[in-house]
Ligand binder design. Structure first.
Ligand code: SAH
Length: 249
C-alpha cells in the first residue's frame, strides 16, 4: 500500500536542487536515496514532500527505486514559495559541535544567511562551510522551511566592515556592557534588513568593539547580566529579533 512517509517529527520533506512542477521527475541522488530506502524503508508509491527554495513545496511519489537511486515524480503543489524575514547571522566560528548547533538552530529560527567572520580572538582556524550547509539543509527539512539559508565563505572582520551593505543594520551583541537591552533597542529601531553579530569564545577585541561602535548601521545591545556562550548568545538574539521585528510578532 502506498502512503505518505512520516518520521517521528512529521512528514518526510527533502531539499532538492532540481526544478519542481506538476509531472516533473527527478533522481534524488545517492544520499537521499539511502535515507529514503534504507533508513525510512520507503517503497515505490510512497509520497514525500519536496522543496528547492524556488518552486514552493510539492508532494512527490516514488516511482522507481534501485539500490542507490530513487526517482520521484511531483504530483501536486502543497504550498507556494515563501521567504523568511531578511535576517542574517554573522558569527565568529566556534568549535565543531557548537558550530553545528548554531547552523541548525539559526535555520530553525529563520535566518536567510549564515556569515562566518574571523575576529582577532577567533581560535578556530578552519571553517567547514560544507558541514555548516549540511546542518542547515537538515534543519530546513525538519522545520518546514521552504528555503535553505545561504552559507557564505568566511570573511575577516575588517573586510566585513569595509564591504558591509550599509542599508543592513547590525545588532551587535556586546558582552562588555554599556548597551541597552536587546528588545528595548529593537523596539526603537526601524524595520528592514538586519544581521545579528556575535563574537567568539574570547569575545570581541577592544579595537573591534570601537570600530563597530563607529559605524552608523551598528546597534550595540546587551543580552543581560550573564555572559552567554557564543552559540547561546546568537540564538537568544535571533529569537528576540524575530519577536520584535520579525515574523513572530
Ligand atoms: N569571553 C568573553 C565572552 C564571550 S561570549 C568574556 O568573558 O567577556 C561570546 C559572544 O557572545 C560575545 O562576543 C557576544 O557577542 C555574545 N555575548 C555573550 N554574552 C553576552 C551578553 N550578556 N550580552 C551581549 N552579548 C553577549
Amino acid at each position: 500500500m502506498s502512503s505518505e512517509l512520516n518520521h517521528p517529527g512529521g512528514k518526510v520533506r527533502l531539499y532538492v536542487e532540481a526544478p519542481l512542477g506538476a509531472g516533473l521527475r527527478l533522481d534524488t541522488g545517492e544520499g537521499h536515496a539511502h535515507y529514503l530506502l534504507h533508513v525510512m524503508r520507503a517503497k515505490a508509491g510512497d509520497r514525500v514532500g519536496l522543496f528547492n527554495g524556488r518552486d514552493g513545496e510539492w508532494l512527490a511519489r516514488i516511482v522507481q527505486t534501485s539500490k542507490r537511486a530513487c526517482v520521484l515524480e511531483c504530483e501536486k503543489q502543497l504550498a507556494q514559495q515563501t521567504e523568511v524575514p531578511d535576517l542574517w547571522l554573522v558569527f565568529a566560528p566556534v568549535k565543531k559541535t557548537p558550530a553545528d548547533y548554531i547552523a541548525q538552530k539559526a535555520t530553525e529560527l529563520g535566518v536567510r544567511a549564515l556569515q562566518p567572520v574571523i575576529t582577532r580572538r577567533t581560535i578556530v582556524s578552519r571553517v567547514n562551510i560544507v558541514r555548516l550547509r549540511a546542518n542547515a539543509v537538515e534543519a530546513a527539512e525538519q522545520s518546514g522551511r521552504l528555503t535553505v539559508p545561504e552559507v557564505r565563505a568566511p570573511l575577516a572582520f575588517d573586510k566585513l566592515l569595509e564591504t558591509w551593505p550599509r542599508e543592513r543594520r547590525i545588532l551587535f551583541c556586546d558582552e562588555a556592557g554599556e548597551a541597552p537591552p536587546t528588545a528595548e533597542a529593537l523596539r526603537a529601531a526601524p524595520k528592514g534588513p538586519w544581521a545579528v553579530l556575535t563574537g567568539p569564545e574570547g569575545g570581541f577585541d577592544p579595537a573591534e568593539r570601537a570600530a563597530l561602535r563607529e559605524c552608523d548601521f551598528v546597534v550595540p545591545v546587551s543580552l543581560g547580566a550573564r555572559i552567554l556562550r557564543a552559540d547561546t548568545a546568537a540564538l537568544a538574539a535571533l529569537a528576540i529579533w524575530q519577536a520584535v521585528l520579525g515574523d513572530w510578532c
